[in-house]
Design a protein around this ligand. Structure first.
Ligand code: SPD
Length: 280
């Protein structure tokens, strides 16, 4: 009989992938970390029963989390990634030649270890000398670090239940703002606008009280609940809607999705979300 692994959403929706075998399963200090060999998506990273990324669809998520911010900021040199232990976001950051240093703060070394062993095509930049990987609490790092040190900050965490909840707090967002250099930008994954509508709207509201410019954007991620995902780009003195075509085009060679048309199109806001944000 075929074995399916289901991600269950609030006991009302299930999304299942057919699994050939389990490659890795471990209960770390923080969470359950699994790598599955799936029939459709290749190897898939699952944390606490939630689908994180897969070999076949990871570019949908990582290009969209990273490239809009990296192309909005002029010549980003210093980048901070909170989370992102599979290495996909770091790979996308390090495609930019201007980057001199990318600090990745992942709380759980088990995620990086499993990803290095089983998902090498996703984290293909672990050996880049510009990458400084630290196993630490990203929230504490942001709270304690002094001075505006980063051109781009990317928050690549899990859903806001349990340990990742704090990554959606106002205090954390203010901390990120404090660490951004002038002209810098923050981008975060802001959940499904369908299944996590309240979280999405609340997050926009919190960010709107902190940053001058807050632009939610959308794209497909086939393995996530509902298939459509959101990210949000925030900044105080730059705006992704200012034409950045030349920077984007310089990046598109290695991209599966991202190009100048996509950069413009992803920020289009459908009416149901405009209304939800306005009412929120
Ligand atoms: N519903 C899952 C949301 C997870 C977002 N982060 C995924 C990590 C990929 N680098």
């Amino acid at each position: 009989m075929a074995l399916y692994y289901d991600e269950v959403f609030e006991d009302s929706v299930r999304f299942g992938v057919k699994v050939e075998r389990t490659l890795h399963s471990e209960q770390s200090r923080f969470q359950k970390v699994e790598v599955l060999e799936t029939t459709r998506f290749g190897r898939m990273l699952v944390i606490d029963g939630l689908f994180m990324t897969s070999e076949k669809d990871e570019f949908f998520y990582h290009e969209l989390l990273v490239q809009p911010a990296m192309c909005t900021v002029a010549k980003p040199k210093d980048v901070l990634i909170i989370g992102g232990g599979d290495g996909g976001s770091a790979r996308e950051v390090l495609r930019h030649q201007d980057v001199e240093r990318c600090v990745l703060i992942e709380i759980d070394e088990a995620v990086v270890r499993a990803s290095k062993e089983w998902l090498p095509t996703i984290g293909s930049a672990w050996d880049d000398p510009r990458l400084d990987t630290r196993f630490d609490d990203g929230v504490a790092f942001v709270k304690e670090r002094e001075g505006a040190a980063f051109d781009v900050i990317l928050v690549d965490g899990s859903d806001p239940v349990g340990p990742a909840e704090v990554l959606f707090s106002e205090e954390f967002f203010r901390g990120c703002q404090r660490l951004l250099k002038p002209g810098g930008a923050l981008a975060l994954q802001s959940e499904s606008p369908v299944y996590f509508r309240d979280t999405f709207v609340e997050t926009q509201k919190k960010l709107g009280g902190i940053f001058q410019t807050v632009r939610p954007y959308f794209g497909p991620v086939p393995i996530y609940s509902g298939g459509v995902w959101s990210w949000t780009l925030c900044a105080d003195s730059v705006d992704p809607l200012t034409p950045v075509d030349a920077r984007v085009e310089a990046m598109t060679g290695g991209s599966q999705i991202y190009n100048a048309d996509i950069h413009r199109a992803v920020f289009a806001l459908p009416n149901y979300l405009r209304r939800a944000i306005a009412a929120g």
